[in-house]
Write a new protein. Sequence first.
Length: 262
Amino acid sequence: MTDEGIELAAAPAWPRRGGFWRRFFASFIDYLVVLISLYFLTAGLAMLTDGGVKGDFGLSLKVCRSFTVHGATSLEGRVCKSSLLGFSVADRAVAKAKEAQFAKPESVSIDPSSKGNFRPAALDLSFLDLPALAIYLLVIEMTLGQSVGKRALVLVVYDAPNWQRRGLPLQKAFRRQLIKFLGAFPLVLAEAWSAFQTWGSFPGPAPSYSWWEIVPALVAAGFALGLALIWPLWIGISIASGNEPIHDRIAGTTVRTREIYE
């Protein structure tokens, strides 16, 4: 037996790749970890700002009721409160003027304060879920090589040229998350732009737009939404086919099981 043969026989084998369902449920657990953290952060900020910050992230409990406000211009509508474990994370209301002189009253969107008073539009933090997830994964995979979800599903992110290293180099960890969430960036930017555009504005009639303003906006929104759906689908198909997804190929990383590593 040659020296080369001895070296090959003594070399440790690569751990096997993490399959599609393992990686899927690991990602789902990580998303829940980040989402719950954001819920409590938003609830705290909402309390400190008297409703000036909101964000239900699509999974909170929503309770709606009718309301009427009498004054110079009476309004009637519905207010919906979103909460998690009793903590309010978003209050939204839609109202219409009651007066007869308004033949076609326009609906107005209102963000009420914690006491039910009208206030300038709150800052909606719902766009932060994916950026927060990317930052969480960047930090924890760089330091430990395992997120909470990957630890639960017995997976490790390895540096492919140096798989016995614990954690990833900063450059590779950053590149991995950048490419992984690349498809969602246009949608996140659009949601962030909308949130900051409406932040601090006062309730008013919904503006009317001409067709030449609506069509490009719909095309851009369709492109952003389509990319946000196709990108993770492509990644999932790559993993299910037994191949490395694009973010692992470009970053020089791989996700494997932990049994042989330890």
